[in-house]
Structure formats: C-alpha cells, structure tokens
Design a protein around this ligand. Structure first.
Ligand SMILES: Nc1ncnc2c1ncn2[C@@H]1O[C@H](COP(=O)(O)OP(=O)(O)OP(=O)(O)O)[C@@H](O)[C@H]1O
Ligand SMILES: [Mg+2]
Length: 93
C-alpha cells in the first residue's frame, strides 16, 4: 500500500490551521515515525487518515485514490492505529 499526503491543511475552527501544507509519502515496507511537540497536530493527522475528521484541503492518496473516495470501513480494514501516551506514534501500513 502507498500513502501520500499532498499539501494537506486542516483547521478545526476555520480560522487557524492546525496542519499547513503537510506533504509526505509512505510505502508499504516503510516504518514511519511521526513526532512533534504537544499540540503539533499528530493526532489530528491520524484523524484525517482514518476519516474521523474530513474537511481538509489538499489530497490524501491511498493507493493513488483520494481518501474522500474511500469508505471509512475500507480504510479501517487497511490501516490500524495504536495511540500511545508517548510523543511518538508509529504507523505501519
Ligand atoms: N476537537 C478539537 N477541536 C479544536 N481544536 C482541537 C481539537 N483537537 C485538537 N485540537 C487542537 O489542535 C492542535 C493539534 O492537536 P493534536 O491533538 O492533533 O496534537 P498532538 O500532536 O496529537 O498533541 P499531543 O502530543 O499532545 O498528543 C492543538 O492546538 C489542539 O488544541
Ligand atoms: Mg496526540
């Protein structure tokens, strides 16, 4: 599976961005470490990825298909997320 974020931005209040133009890509065999200070937007990014929060701008591509076109159940069948107390979240695709 291939995951790509292309210039993804997200705001909870429509005024201030929590994520601004985030871009990265992960391939199936990659182990990707997402780290940052408290409030940097790690959980928010994962909530976009799992379609809990949806009104982002930019593109999130799963296997080349925009996340908006995937059903949440389909995404949940492909991606498992384990939230941890530490400041580092691992995503394995
Ligand atoms: N439901 C929400 N409504 C409004 N603002 C929110 C909401 N959830 C998070 N935020 C804000 O969005 C920003 C990013 O929060 P987020 O939880 O994504 O950060 P994080 O990197 O996961 O932080 P932590 O390391 O503490 O887990 C913070 O400023 C937070 O206050
Ligand atoms: Mg968090």
């Amino acid at each position: 599976m291939h995951l790509e974020f292309r210039n993804v931005s997200y705001s909870y209040n429509g005024v201030q961005d929590v994520l601004t133009n985030v871009s990265f890509s992960i391939d199936n065999s990659d182990i990707f470490c997402l780290s940052g200070r408290n409030g940097a937007g790690k959980s928010t990014l994962l909530k976009l990825l799992t379609k809990i929060n949806c009104n982002y701008t930019g593109d999130i591509l799963l296997d080349g298909k925009e996340l908006r076109r995937w059903k949440r159940e389909e995404v949940n069948g492909k991606i498992g997320i384990c939230f941890q107390e530490s400041e580092c979240i691992w995503i394995q695709l």
